[in-house]
Design a protein around this ligand. Structure first.
Ligand SMILES: [Cu+2]
Length: 153
């Protein structure tokens, strides 16, 4: 818990009082999907486009199919492209940030079972706005074949 000056809470309360709509805090999630897995595979990626109405950060994700879910980026490491976990992904207002193979993705790890084409995977995304207020968005991502070519938009 962070210590906040009291005026900040008051300001937040006033904003809520005059603007009960939470539209400004919304994040639109489009085209979510999960790459299917083969037997024994313990990890895969989830992909989507995230468009927030106001600046947001994706700070966490969870899914009942995966014991561990992380936000990953791809980065050069010793001349090799590798993925690594990042604590948050900044999402600028009004712009679609694309999570896609070869780029940012939600990493589903410690999978209990195979994810087959045709099923849908529930994923809970947690976003944090500029004021540090969090909200969750539930999505259902269809599973696409392991070989789905996804670098195309
Ligand atoms: Cu990854």
């Amino acid at each position: 818990m962070r210590n906040r000056p009291p005026w900040r809470s008051v300001a937040a309360a006033l904003v809520l009082a005059v603007a009960p709509s939470v539209a400004a805090a919304q994040v639109t999630v489009t085209d979510p999907w999960v790459r299917g897995t083969v037997a024994g595979q313990r990890a895969t990626g989830a992909f989507m486009k995230l468009t927030p109405a106001a600046d947001q950060k994706l700070v966490a994700a969870a899914s009942p199919v995966a014991k561990v879910v992380e936000i990953h980026e791809m980065a050069m490491d010793g001349g090799v492209m590798k993925m690594r976990a990042i604590p948050k992904l900044a999402l600028p207002a009004g712009k679609a940030t694309e999570l896609k193979p070869g780029g940012y993705h939600v990493m589903l790890m410690a999978l209990d079972r195979t994810l087959a084409e045709g099923e849908t995977v529930p994923i809970t995304l947690t976003f944090e706005d500029a004021a540090g207020k969090r909200q969750t968005v539930e999505i259902k991502a269809p599973v696409k074949p392991l070989t789905a070519d996804t670098r195309k938009p």
